[in-house]
Design a protein around this ligand. Sequence first.
Ligand code: AMP
Ligand code: MG
Length: 434
Amino acid sequence: MTTPNTFPASAASLTQFDPQALPVSAAQAIVLEWVTPLAQSERVPLRDALARVLAADVISPIDVPAHDNSAMDGYAFDGAALAQGAGALTLTVAGKAFAGHPFTGELAAGGCVRIMTGAPMPAGCDTVVPQERVTTQDDTVTFPADALASGANRRRRGEDLARGGVALRAGRVLRASDIGLMASLGLVDVKVKRRLRVAYFSTGDELRSPGQPLDAGCIYDSNRYTLGAMLRRLDVEPIDLGVVRDDPDALAATLLQAAESADVVLTSGGVSVGEADFTRTQLQTLGDVTFWGLAMRPGRPLAFGRIWSGGRPGVGRAALLFGLPGNPVATMVSFYQIVRPALIAMSGATPQPVPLIPARCDAPIRKRAGRTEFQRGVAGRDAQGQWHVTPTGSQSSGALSTMSEANCFIVLAHEAADLDAGESVDVMLFDGLV
Ligand code: AMP
Ligand code: MG
């Protein structure tokens, strides 16, 4: 590992690549190398724990289920009775057991207990015959003995989770099932990492905020809205620092404020080499930031490094910095491919690869070898279950409408060249279930 003050332009891992044609995979690896997971944690009530990152293993304080219980509505009895020969077995019903109301009586040989799903197995019983299989007469039930194995339809104590076992591992991003699982252990709160604080702002004299009049030559700022929304999906704490003019002093002031208050700072615009691209010069002054030309489309220019609240490297508090390109789709793609994995790792979560689905591409695709492309597509399955994908019309890095139209990225590998219709491509779906 390199020392903190040689960030990351001189990182050993970077020198083998041209920083102006950095492969996406190399950029992802370098970024992760520089991420330090959050150390601080806090306890939150279960109902507030969804999407938070587990800070310590959850150890089960009890067996779940806490007792052997019935998996069916039926009749509980001692399975040894099944061994007494083929044919029908007739048992005498000695009482009832409901979930929450166990049978506490004595069970004589040849006896059984009427039992409901979830009710504790009465002492001496290990098998349940489902009620559909029995015929009842007076206080007896009769059923074919050979259709049932001893121990059938019984859930064992601790079968789901054993007391003292690891129920959930640290680093997990908590889902609905995890919240329920912790509730089933009787836990009322859980230790999670504190939320990552992410400051973000847009840069550009041409930007107006929704609600303001649109002056000649101006456009509405959309990046702050997509960034804010994508950050909310990651359950980090977003800090919106507004729109900053193309003015070096205004940029410096906002960057210092961001470094003071946030763990990570995201900017959009101003990182290419235009005459108004002051973000670039300010980042160079206030931090140790490297400028990459990613071998990626959309989203070529990207700044990555740290900025310091004291105004120069090594002074004050450091925040990780991502300078994203200004074009709206490039901003989104850079966020998903480069920033998102870093934020997840920095939040203390164990990063999980995003699944790729092979699909047949229904249109030819123009693709230049030597860069990874993330084209917008609409994917679905045909009647035979085969996945298909069609690229959306425009692949312009400014056309946000095609991001809305699409339901996936078509991921075209670094080496891939033009594709014919019918060839297989990988798609990354926008939506997941849980
Ligand atoms: P820049 O890198 O600052 O030259 O920006 C590249 C392109 O993205 C320009 O056409 C900008 O007008 C546009 N752009 C920059 N920031 C935003 C933003 N926040 N919302 C919408 N478009 C933007
Ligand atoms: Mg600009």
